[in-house]
Design a protein around this ligand. Structure first.
Ligand SMILES: Cc1cc2nc3c(=O)[nH]c(=O)nc-3n(C[C@H](O)[C@H](O)[C@H](O)COP(=O)(O)O)c2cc1C
Length: 215
């Protein structure tokens, strides 16, 4: 298969990222950009690409939804027995990536993931629509299954089993991970490919500092 996309190019010129205007704290900078992007009402504006490292040595990436930032940690929910869950068990170092093309912006985060307290997962689980709760119970996420029909059959069985319960029990293998960032990089597209990149890391005293990177 061949496909030639060499003629496709954007000229980025919507905004700039300058040292005098970025926030001292990367969480404030993230909030500023995130709130601005949220205003555009794009579907899945809270989507982020989670990168984990597998035992095969490959980085594995997939989209998950940011559900909360609390205690300066980024929270998403998943099946703990999924591939990503197993990767994190072995190696909690992960990456997050937000790409907001309408703003010509990208945010990269490296951090460490840990399971959130079970009660927080349970509270969120019960806040979801019943069909989503049963879907989570039904899906052996990342495992090979025989067919679509198998999945739908098990869903219907679970629906019958749990529908009448006022509180569907959260499976122990489903819950949240919280990612504690160790670095942030904010990228703003600029003209002539001279993009702005500001990277934040913590110094030895635990205070955030930032540097400019070449594009
Ligand atoms: C828009 C979008 C949102 C998603 N949100 C989640 C999510 O919050 N949690 C999740 O486990 N999977 C989510 N997924 C599915 C994942 O991308 C992935 O297919 C699944 O988690 C299995 O990944 P794994 O086998 O690498 O563990 C989402 C996919 C898309 C496209």
């Amino acid at each position: 298969m061949n496909r030639d996309l060499k003629d496709v190019r954007e000229n980025y010129q919507k905004a700039e990222l300058v040292e005098t205007e970025v926030a001292d704290n990367p969480f404030v900078q993230f909030s500023n950009w995130f709130d601005d992007y949220k205003k555009l009402n794009k579907p899945d504006f809270n989507a982020m690409i989670l990168g984990t490292v597998g035992e095969d040595g490959f980085p594995h990436t997939r989209v998950v939804l940011l559900k909360e930032i609390r205690n300066s940690e980024f929270v998403f929910f998943t099946n703990y027995n999924s591939d990503k869950g197993k990767h994190i068990d072995k190696n909690p170092r992960v990456s997050l990536l937000f790409f907001w093309p309408e703003r010509e912006q990208q945010v990269r985060i490296c951090g460490t993931a840990a399971k959130i307290p079970p009660q927080e997962s349970t509270d969120y689980f019960h806040s979801r629509p019943i069909a989503s709760q049963i879907g989570a119970i039904t899906s052996p996420q990342s495992q090979i299954i025989s067919s679509r029909a198998f999945l739908e059959e098990v869903f219907q069985e679970n629906l019958k089993k749990f529908e009448s319960l006022s509180n569907i029990p959260r499976p122990n293998n489903w819950g949240g991970f919280a990612i504690k960032p160790e670095s942030f990089e904010f990228w703003q597209g600029r003209s002539s490919r001279l993009h702005d990149r500001i990277k934040y890391t913590k110094n030895n005293e635990g205070n955030w500092g930032s540097v400019r990177l070449a594009p």
